[in-house]
Design a protein around this ligand. Structure first.
Ligand SMILES: [Zn+2]
Length: 267
């Protein structure tokens, strides 16, 4: 796991490794805040699942042994120092539905791709294996959000939808910091031209050339533009490419595989 530099590292198990993910100080919350936003991205090491989900798979919808997934989630909770029922999971559908939660949730939030809270200790989880985990935090208002943003989510506007839900809880976009987690990079993500055009209509910076010189999408570049356009104060990238980094799950590379998670909470 990696935790962003604005947070102190949780207890470090054998699977955990911490590394700075952005500019030092960028994610430090305002001094006035009683609680601090914390953000962690997991990788595939240190879990119980066997191939092709090896090994720290957190997705319960990908065909893995439910016992292994439950053990992995238990371990995640233990390493974060929270009870397992404080992990909030989504049944993600590449849509724009945003859920606002204020307490533990039984089972995954149905048909949801963004979850928002201002309740300390609730760990919001976005599952990914090439899509972008977008971890938003407003330390001043004490509001956080986890968003699952793939090509379809970017096109449909799931991130602006999450920002709007945060605003309803008192967040100002200038006070929001965003961490864009590991995802397929623009050099690897080849798409048909029509698809590139569709996404570029809402996120122009996403349109790039791949390593092979064909039409590509850099979803993180596109999202960074969308976030800045919405007035978000800081956007930090975790530059790892899921396709190129063997420590990360990649659906595009491996087909049937597990999911890592981007996590955000008020600690
Ligand atoms: Zn790549």
């Amino acid at each position: 796991m990696r935790e962003d530099p604005g947070s102190s590292a949780p207890s470090q198990g054998p699977a955990a490794s911490s590394r700075a993910v952005g500019g030092e100080g960028v994610l430090h919350p305002a001094a006035s805040s009683a609680v601090r936003p914390r953000r962690v991205v997991t990788d595939r090491r240190g879990g119980r699942s066997v191939s092709p989900y090896d090994s720290f798979n957190l997705g319960s919808h990908v065909g893995d042994d439910p016992v292994a997934v439950a053990a992995n989630r238990e371990r995640l909770a233990r390493e974060l120092g929270v009870p397992a029922d404080r992990l909030v999971w989504m049944d993600q559908v590449h849509g724009t539905r945003v859920a606002v939660v204020d307490g533990p949730v039984e089972g995954p939030l149905e048909g949801t791709d963004a979850v928002v809270t201002r309740t300390p200790g609730l760990v919001l989880c976005a599952l990914v294996a090439d899509c972008v985990p977008v971890l938003l935090a407003d330390a001043t208002a004490g509001v956080v959000a986890a968003v699952h943003a793939g090509r379809e989510g970017v096109r449909a506007g799931v991130v602006p939808a999450a920002l709007a839900a945060m605003a309803e809880l008192g967040s100002r976009s200038a006070d929001v910091t965003a961490l864009l987690g590991p995802a397929v990079c623009g050099a690897c993500y080849e798409v048909p031209r029509a698809m590139q055009v569709e996404v570029a209509r809402v996120a122009p910076a996403a349109a790039v050339r791949t390593r092979r010189g064909t039409q590509g999408l850099d979803l993180r570049a596109g999202l960074a533009g969308v976030l800045r356009g919405a007035g978000v104060g800081q956007v930090v990238h975790d530059p790892r490419c899921t396709v190129e980094d063997r420590f990360l799950f990649s659906h595009r590379r491996d087909g049937v595989t597990g999911r890592q998670a981007g996590l955000v909470w008020l600690g």
